[in-house]
Write a protein that binds this ligand. Sequence first.
Ligand code: SF4
Ligand code: SF4
Length: 383
Amino acid sequence: MSFDLPKAFKDFDEARQNSFIAMKELKESGKKVVGTFCTYSPTEIIKAAGAVPVGLCAMSDEPIEEAEKHLPRNLCPLIKASYGFALTDTCPYFYFSDLILGETTCDGKKKMYELMDDIKPVHVMQLPQTSEGEQSFNLWKSEIVRFKERLENDFNVSISDEDVKSAIVERNNERKALKAFYELGKMVPPPFTGSELLSVLYGAGFKFTSEAITSSLEEIRENTLKDYEAGNRKVSEDKKRILITGCPLAGATQKLVAAIEENGGTVVCFENCIGIKSVEDPVDESKDPFDALTEKYLNIPCSVMTPNNKRGEMLERLIKEYKIDGVVDMVLQACHTYGVETHTMKKVVNGVNETPYISIETDYSQSDVGQIKTRVAAFIEML
Ligand code: SF4
Ligand code: SF4
């Protein structure tokens, strides 16, 4: 699916498309690469090891048929695509990765990593089932230390507390720049369309140095504001302001953003892993670096945690801050945790000034595009 993006936004789109060349150059310069799949991945530790983290969360349905030769058909498309890209060796980032970082989030993913380990070395971090309590804190902290030791071993480096601290500062700067940019979505009308916002959020993950990410985000924010202040409006004020929550979104599932934008809505906030969820809070720079990382990552409000009250709290706040007219919850087929959580999220969303809510279940195919458009159009019409 292609969107007509102005130059500044295209830069992020191109960063994603061309990033495998940048990655190849990094490898040729001797850098190690660690492929990650989840927002719980403590990328600061990878950076502290002098290596480059790259997100592998596969977003297309191309390799799914091949993956289904090993995996059940009735499995989340994100897991099947992730495994499929590895199996068919068609993801350049997987190809360049020296180590893959997995984590025990949902059952499908953690079992898939066992199979993936036959293709490339996978290090799996044991994520606690709850983010609450001392036991969970201690377990996750020891897992972060164990991951550090794995990198030291595999890459023959030594990682000091100072290395971790400076990686924390770097990543915090990226988060700050990303947050300053997406918070422009609070403006009425917003200065960008939802697909432009998504292309920046998604594309930022494919720039491999902190300086590149931070400076290009600052630049695009400045230009976007200048343009807006000069009176240019690309989204009309009467468009309904939509927040998307739920499973990770990009690639094949951009069909949902397109359906919203073609039917009288505009997405001003993405409360999922591609969006606000992971970058909303910084890592506390004043604490012991391992304590601070443990705290930060355990606080991510993902449905794999039980309980997961923080997601509801975050949604309540975002609905008010972004003046949301309606919430669309995207659930990938066979994702049990997000699927079950829709009941609670509907209650939370409706509880904020009776904000309307809709849950849309989908996969990576384009076969339900028409059906999604019909449902989204009816939803937006009643806002
Ligand atoms: S939704 Fe949860 S499991 Fe999936 S990438 Fe985000 S944090 Fe990880
Ligand atoms: S979307 Fe759901 S099922 Fe798929 S990987 Fe994430 S948590 Fe697991």
